[in-house]
Design a protein around this ligand. Structure first.
Ligand SMILES: [Zn+2]
Length: 247
């Protein structure tokens, strides 16, 4: 049977701590809580790390967070040799916030890149210091300097980033919202989460379940480290933090 974990990070990506109750420990030691601030690996964003604190003050280090049988079941994977809490136990949660905030900045940066490069996305992966987005691009005239300059224009404009729920029907009426070529947003649940950038989503909106910073300014300085040719019409863009290194 699949559990349903209340995903607190969906409404507030800035929660660093929370309290929860253990509802199950699976046969591999994975801990399932009634609610969590730990994002589970999906959509190219890695899951959170951090710890659970038990009533006696001892800590269970969480090395990874993944989805279970369904996307709604979130499994906290303890580091090896950690005692796991009992079902029914109350625990305090804390994520590795420094790492998560880097991932939120990078994830938002990936959205900005899809605004600068409005082409079908064939893959994406977010990490703390280097992220990539792959596009089918018919003309390969993009330079990393030009793309970096346009990304930084969006960062400096400090546009708000927010989420909005739409119905399956609204999504069907606006097929242009989906930029991913291979991944379709899950339909049938009646509600799709859109991540919007700009007043009234004037800059961008696309379905996404990840965690993002609340404004483009918070992304900070980024640059395109590399544009790699992955196929005749496919390019991989690598985003890094900081200013572009001098050539
Ligand atoms: Zn996203």
């Amino acid at each position: 049977m699949a559990y349903r974990t209340e995903a607190l990070f969906r409404d507030d990506a800035y929660l660093k701590t929370a309290d929860a109750t253990v509802v199950a420990v699976n046969d591999r030691g994975g801990i399932i809580l009634d609610r969590t601030i730990f994002y589970a690996t999906s959509g190219g964003q890695p899951g959170d790390t951090g710890h659970l604190e038990r009533a006696d003050g001892s800590r269970v280090a969480i090395a990874a967070t993944i989805s279970g049988e369904t996307k709604d079941e979130i499994i906290h994977v303890p580091a090896p040799d950690h005692a796991v809490p009992e079902v029914g136990e109350k625990v305090s949660l804390a994520i590795d916030w420094e790492r998560r905030h880097l991932l939120m900045r990078m994830h938002a940066a990936c959205h900005l890149l899809t605004v600068v490069c409005p082409f079908p996305i064939t893959g994406a992966s977010v990490s703390e210091d280097d992220s990539r987005v792959d596009f089918d691009i018919p003309d390969a005239s993009f330079s990393k300097e030009e793309v970096t300059a346009r990304l930084m224009d969006l960062v400096r404009a400090d546009h708000p980033i927010f989420t909005r729920l739409i119905s399956d029907e609204e999504l069907a009426a606006n097929p242009g919202l989906v930029k991913s070529k291979n991944v379709r947003p899950p339909v049938g649940t009646g509600r799709i989460r859109l991540v919007c950038i700009g007043e009234n989503a004037s800059v961008d909106s696309q379905p996404c379940g990840g965690t993002h910073v609340k404004s483009t300014g918070e992304v900070g300085e980024i640059h395109i480290g590399k544009i790699e040719k992955k196929g005749r019409e496919n390019r991989r863009f690598r985003i890094r933090f900081g200013p572009m290194p001098a050539a």
